[in-house]
Write a protein that binds this ligand. Structure first.
Ligand SMILES: Cc1ncc(COP(=O)(O)O)c(C=O)c1O
Length: 406
């Protein structure tokens, strides 16, 4: 139907295709024309590392009683065996979570973000976010029209001095920040890690200024050069931290298994929102996830992808050294999936991406991760998905394009 705008809600009208949708469309167009596109854009899994044999085996071995559970409606909180297995998985990482009351299984952690936005954010609530931060969290929060308190992110993640200054100034005006969203371990997009002392200080600030911390941790398990940092949740004594995590980066994004761990009352409310969103998560995926955990395959996958991603990171860094212009600067990620490139001011990576796609390589323009659209001189590059050959070729193409622009 043409001109359907009159039917859309206020929220519906706000869903607009952004640069990423355009990149995806351009990529499809390339495919149609039979041209190859190297993707350094998304956060997808290394295809050869999927635990294919293991998943096939565990499904073949599933007894009829399990199939009767898999094929039936399940609990809105998630499959009990999966919650129990996750409780143990988290205990090994210093977090205590009662599998009955404090864990909710979600359709990826993306759904957890959506549920928590519904449950906690009203229009004009003050919500703290890093600048830059995970772009899809920004778009979910935006649906509820909050006011963002943006906190600059450097290699130590959030600038807590500035956060504290802002919190004091809010207090002086009789206002309060309700919730702070952070990805403290190998952040998307910058790869930053919040030091342990800062995690403690952030909790103290939350206590003093009465806000909740949403700790989104998809990447913390993938640590290249160090033991993974202790989650903020592990040192949270007063139940202020809502911990989100996912199978997407360590096992499979296609299974769509995420989870939330938080205080009983907070999880209870999110479970009610989950019921209204989709009644319960997919039974087959939850069964697979619980078996992968209890058979020790998740831990093996974490080790496996950490090795693969370290090698790919090193290859990307090496190729950038020889191909990128001197004016471009980038970090050496200590974990996670992404490399963050800073270009000289004035270079517009959002415009340049379409030329890059034309030449056969896609990346995500950094501006997508800021609330301020003028921050255009950044690029996020992914090394987990592309093959080693594609990393070398993709970086060489980008390097040539950048040299022409600078
Ligand atoms: C920081 C962060 N949070 C949440 C997600 C959502 O992941 P999923 O819904 O696949 O679990 C992603 C995906 O890239 C992410 O980077």
């Amino acid at each position: 139907m043409a001109e359907a705008d009159r039917f859309f809600s206020k929220l519906g009208r706000n869903y607009k295709p952004g640069v990423i949708t355009e990149i995806v469309l351009a990529a499809f167009d390339m495919q149609r024309k039979g041209k190859r596109l190297i993707s350094l854009s998304g956060g997808s899994y290394d295809p050869p590392s999927f635990p294919i044999t293991e998943v096939k085996t565990l499904l073949q071995e599933a007894p009829d009683a399990a199939w009767r559970e898999i094929l039936q409606y399940g609990s809105n909180r998630g499959y009990w065996r999966l919650r129990e297995a996750l409780s143990k998985f988290m205990e090994q990482r210093g977090m205590k979570a009662d599998s009955e009351k404090e864990i909710l299984i979600t359709t990826g952690s993306q759904q957890a973000l959506d549920l928590l936005a519904r449950v906690f954010i009203d229009e004009d609530d003050i919500i703290g976010i890093g600048s830059p931060t995970y772009l899809e969290a920004l778009s979910i929060f935006n649906q509820f029209s909050p006011q963002f308190l943006t906190v600059p992110v450097d290699e130590n993640s959030l600038d807590l001095d500035l956060l504290e200054e802002n919190l004091r100034s809010l207090k002086a005006q009789g206002k309060r920040m309700k919730l702070l969203y952070t990805v403290p371990s190998f952040e998307n997009p910058t790869g930053a890690v919040m030091p342990q002392a800062n995690r403690k200080r952030l909790l103290e600030l939350a206590e003093e200024h009465d806000f909740l911390i949403v700790e989104d941790n998809p990447y913390g398990y993938i640590a290249f050069d160090e033991t993974p940092t202790t989650p903020i949740k592990a040192i949270d004594e007063s139940g202020r931290v809502i911990y989100l995590s996912t199978f997407s980066k360590i096992v499979s994004p296609g299974l769509r298994i995420g989870w939330v761990t938080a205080d009983e009352e907070l999880v209870g409310k999110m479970s009610l929102a989950k019921s209204s969103a989709d009644l319960c998560s997919d039974g087959l995926s939850q069964y697979v996830a619980s078996e992968l955990l209890s058979r020790g395959i998740v831990e093996k996958q974490i080790k496996r992808v950490t090795e693969v991603y370290r090698t790919k990171r090193d290859l990307m860094l090496e190729t950038m050294e020889t191909s990128f212009p001197d004016e471009a600067k980038w970090n050496k990620p200590r974990g996670g999936l992404f490399l963050w490139v800073t270009l000289p001011e004035g270079v517009d990576a959002s415009k340049m991406v379409f030329e890059a796609v034309e030449r056969g390589v896609a990346y995500i323009p950094g501006s997508e991760f800021f609330t301020d659209p003028s921050k255009t001189n950044y690029m996020r590059l992914n090394y987990s998905f592309p093959s080693q050959e594609d990393i070398v070729e993709g970086i060489q193409i980008l390097g040539k394009l950048l040299k022409e622009k600078l």
